[in-house]
Design a binder for this molecule. Structure first.
Ligand code: PLP
Length: 493
């Protein structure tokens, strides 16, 4: 309770000072840096809603240096950052020309470590680049379907164990452009409250009615499903043309894994469809990296629309939709992305093919499997140590997305700055991206992190946790420190 109270007090103090400074700006006692209405336009409806950016202006600006830091190397387990300083309290930044080298990267979604620049690993990608160049300059339905796309789509379908798949040049557009092709007016979308913006946008663009259920909460979902069946559409009371449930595999801010078995049984009970976004779970969970369907030992046929992106585990770009042949054939002709968007560039397709073949063991090695297992080991180790140090962390034990709760707004900036002083790059998140009392740091564990790197981060966190009083949990220390002495990963027989 005292943490919650102090968090509100923190925001309260920030807000009071915000008002004070706005007052000073209005009276010309402090410089105004934000866009404002011109004098000639004062009789118009205001273009800039002044209060809307109160938060940005007065609270976010104080800690803005912790976001959008330019990185100037591949986002591998370590990366280089461009050093920048501000002369006007974070309103603008100036590069010093120096580079902060070898910062441990705890923020990128490079789950399997495929974001790499090792020339040997990228041999086939370089070859494709020389063969095809970078641009396609046409859509899939015109002249933009290459043998590389066909090869990739067949491989994705095989990897997922479904009839067919279609790939798109952008993960975000895979959701936002395909959901409107599948549902429309008279249909009902049931969407998890924490779904990604691309799913939200797709749902809104579709024109279907949208109802939100509480995050991963089956009672809330069942209530909506039951009401949808009993009452049908508002006013006319006719049955919904289609009911579709939108969920993600792993939620990127919470680290929670979707409760797939319960959702599948609900969708079967109420005869709804299920659309599963595996952006963060494909490659990252499941014994062989095949996502949450494999993680729960279910069949891909249980999910009507399997969606995923190649931006995370595959170190590339783009997205896919996979499932029954009828579904994919329908999208090939009806999706806006197929008709109006330029298709994926071949070197990117090749990067996905190389990563997927590696995962499937088609490159003749067990390296892919090793990466998946290493990720699982790293994840469980990192989470267990944080838990035992007394931090409050969210999410499932097997989720490589690890949110660590900071709560108080003042601790966000202090945490990220001090971690960077120790050469550790972290992502911090606060209101409005999280509920007001739940500011957090969000770590992404990678298979490419060595035990040494993770220990460096954990030691820094231990120290900082005491200094900033972040160890909010009452959980006691481990009675088995010997468990952590293992330093090398070896593939078991
Ligand atoms: C759940 C989810 N879906 C879709 C996307 C969009 O994917 P992309 O970044 O590949 O465009 C993201 C991106 O972070 C995501 O987290």
């Amino acid at each position: 309770m005292y943490v919650a109270v102090l968090t509100f007090v923190g925001f309260g103090v920030g807000t009071i000072f915000g008002y004070l400074r706005d007052f000073m700006r209005a009276w010309g006692l402090e410089k105004r840096n934000i866009a404002e209405e011109r004098e000639q336009q004062k009789d118009f409806v205001p273009l800039y809603q002044d209060f809307e950016n109160f938060y940005t202006r007065n609270l976010y600006m104080r800690i803005r240096d912790n976001w959008n830091r330019p990185i100037c190397s591949v986002p591998g387990p370590q990366f280089d950052l461009m050093e920048r300083v501000t002369d006007d309290y974070n309103w603008t930044f100036r590069f010093t020309g120096r580079t902060i080298k070898n910062v441990i990267n705890m923020g990128s979604y490079n789950y399997l470590g495929f974001a790499e620049t090792e020339p040997n690993a990228l041999k086939t990608v370089t070859k494709e680049l020389q063969k095809y160049g970078t641009g396609i300059c046409s859509t899939r339905q015109e002249m933009g379907t290459l043998d590389k796309h066909v090869e990739l789509e067949k491989l994705v379908a095989k990897f997922l164990g479904v009839d067919d798949a279609m790939v798109f040049g952008m993960g975000f557009a895979t959701n936002s452009m395909n959901i409107p092709a599948l549902v429309g007016k008279g249909c009902l979308i049931l969407s998890d409250e924490l779904n990604h913006t691309s799913l939200v946008l797709g749902a809104r663009l579709s024109g279907a009615t949208i109802r939100i259920f509480k995050h991963n909460n089956m009672q809330s979902l069942e209530k909506l499903l039951r009401d949808a069946i009993i009452y049908g559409q508002p006013r006319s009371r006719r049955a919904w043309r289609k009911i579709i449930i939108l969920v993600e595999g792993i939620y990127s801010m919470e680290g929670s894994i979707v409760r797939l078995p319960e959702i599948v049984s609900l969708k079967k009970k109420y005869k709804a469809y299920l659309y599963l976004d595996e952006a963060h779970s494909i490659g990252a969970v499941g014994a062989t990296g095949r996502g949450v369907v494999e993680y729960f030992g279910m069949s891909p046929d249980d999910v009507d629309v399997l969606m995923g992106t190649f931006t995370k585990s595959f170190g590339a770009a783009g997205g896919y939709i996979a499932g029954k042949k009828d579904l994919v054939d329908f999208l090939r002709t009806h999706s806006h992305s197929a008709v109006y968007a330029t298709s994926m560039c071949p070197p990117v397709a090749e990067q996905i093919i190389r990563a997927m073949k590696c995962l499937m063991g088609l490159d003749g090695t067990t390296q892919g499997l090793q990466r998946v297992r290493q990720l699982g080991k790293n994840t469980r180790y990192f989470r267990r140590r944080l838990h035992e140090m007394g931090f409050i962390i969210y999410g499932n034990d097997d989720s490589p997305v690890v949110p660590l709760l900071l709560y108080m707004p003042g601790k966000i900036g202090a945490f990220a700055r001090r971690m960077l002083e120790k050469n550790i790059g972290v992502v911090v998140v606060g209101f409005p991206a999280t509920p007001i009392t739940e500011s957090r740091a969000r770590f992404c564990v990678s298979a490419a992190h060595t035990r040494e790197m993770l220990d460096t981060v954990l030691n820094a966190l231990d120290e900082l946790g005491d200094f900033l009083q972040l160890k909010y949990s009452r959980y006691s220390k481990s009675s088995h420190p010997e468990l952590y002495e293992e330093t090398r990963f070896e593939l078991e027989e």
